[in-house]
Design a protein around this ligand. Structure first.
Ligand SMILES: [Zn+2]
Length: 403
């Protein structure tokens, strides 16, 4: 059974050990050592990376059957006596986030009455799920302030092992199920938080540097809190400053005026869109006037077919159709080509002619099955179709009408 040296010392990154077992793990060479500082994936904390001799350590995992720490390697070349080297920047990042999580979880209890239900730590980010459905910005600010106060006070973080009986007499935040006689490892952020944990932590809270809540997300009956500590929080701050800098440059304004500038732009866009809609409507009314001469007689009806080739919307086609059917006994068969080709049929000739049926009979010519309508008005389309397709549909509708 390997001795887990990281339990009592999170800082040693170089050590000597003896290989006591060689094995394969998921098709890769692996070894068990008599003693190791490598942290295996457990308790929500990812494994360490580094080197053993000349081999890279790809994964470190605990074997369920006997608790051995298995070091998975990229090479089977390994002497019996070997030097280990742990990737310190990754380890320290895990230490900062693990301890930051303890402090944040306690701060959520003390300042927001919201206990932590689960914890995730990864290279993509760190989250805790807390037992709450919503929290005000003031509550979150109070939690952050308390957590960072504990960081700035640079309190000692101690670890010790106690028996189950002893543990049960202590105010422990989270205690896993234990067998009789089993020891439990406690992590003590002095005077603030006491919890059971097997992870790696810094010796003092000041090493965490900073704890920052970056996002809140509702997850069923819980809130998922994303947070960053130490260097990752500083990198995130740097990234967000760059984004703000780019925006202030593009909008030629100061950071404090960004929100106001964007709100002003949104209002301007809304007004311009409204004006554009009105102008296009006016244009369609004028176009309709030009089409008054295009009607052809069919019995007692006057029928017009016309193709629009500028991607006109169904609303624009409706404006034309409505305008042209103000006189009685008219039937207007119009359509637009483009990415969302549309047909619009309109009648002022009474219930003897059913525009919905007429339109459904020719929709397939513009590659669509979506559309229909009433006796006096019908529309359909939405698929891409070219000028010829739309003309074919309009001519077929006119031919059907003649029957
Ligand atoms: Zn921990």
């Amino acid at each position: 059974m390997s001795e887990r040296l990281y339990y009592s010392d999170s800082y040693t990154t170089q050590f000597e050990a003896t290989v006591i077992e060689r094995l394969e793990h998921d098709g890769k060479p692996a070894v068990v050592l008599d003693r190791s500082f490598f942290y295996p994936t457990s308790g929500g904390q990812p494994h360490d990376l580094g080197r053993l001799g000349s081999a890279s350590v790809l994964d470190v995992t605990v074997r369920k059957s006997d608790g051995a720490v298995v070091h998975v390697l990229d090479s089977a070349e390994m002497p019996d006596s070997v030097s280990g080297q742990i990737d310190w920047s990754r380890r320290f990042d895990h230490m900062q986030h693990h301890c930051g999580q303890h402090i944040l979880s306690r701060a959520f209890i003390d300042a927001a009455d919201a206990p932590t239900m689960s914890f995730h730590m990864g290279t993509d980010g760190c989250t805790i799920d807390i037992d709450a459905t919503e929290l005000s910005a003031e509550k979150i600010a109070a939690v952050e302030t308390l957590a960072n106060q504990i960081v700035q006070e640079n309190r000692p973080v101690d670890t010790r092992q106690v028996t189950l009986e002893e543990a049960q007499s202590l105010p422990i935040r989270k205690l896993p199920p234990l067998a009789e006689g089993e020891l439990v490892r406690l992590v003590d952020v002095t005077g603030f938080d006491l919890t059971a944990c097997g992870g790696t932590h810094p010796a003092r809270t000041g090493e965490i540097g900073l704890i920052k809540v970056t996002r809140l997300e509702r997850r069923k009956k819980m809130l998922r809190v994303s947070f960053l500590c130490g260097s990752r929080a500083i990198q995130d701050y740097d990234h967000k400053l760059k984004v703000i800098h780019d925006l202030t440059r593009q909008l030629s304004t100061g950071a404090d005026n960004l929100v106001g500038s964007i709100e002003k732009m949104q209002e301007e866009t809304r007004l311009m869109s409204r004006d554009l809609r009105l102008l296009r409507k006016e244009k369609m009314v004028a176009l309709a006037q030009n089409l008054q001469e295009g009607f052809e007689p069919m019995g007692n009806l006057s029928v017009l077919t016309h193709l629009f080739s500028n991607g006109e919307s169904v609303d624009e086609l409706r404006t034309v159709g409505t305008e042209l059917c103000e006189k009685e006994n008219r039937i207007v068969l119009i359509g637009s080509s483009g990415e969302r080709a549309m047909l619009f049929f309109r009648s002022s000739a009474g219930d003897d002619y059913h525009m919905g049926n007429l339109l459904r009979g020719v929709l397939e010519k513009i590659g669509s099955t979506s559309g229909g309508g009433r006796a006096d008005q019908a529309q359909g389309g939405g698929q891409p179709a070219n000028d010829q397709n739309v003309l074919d549909a309009l001519r077929a509708a006119k031919a059907n009408l003649a029957k």
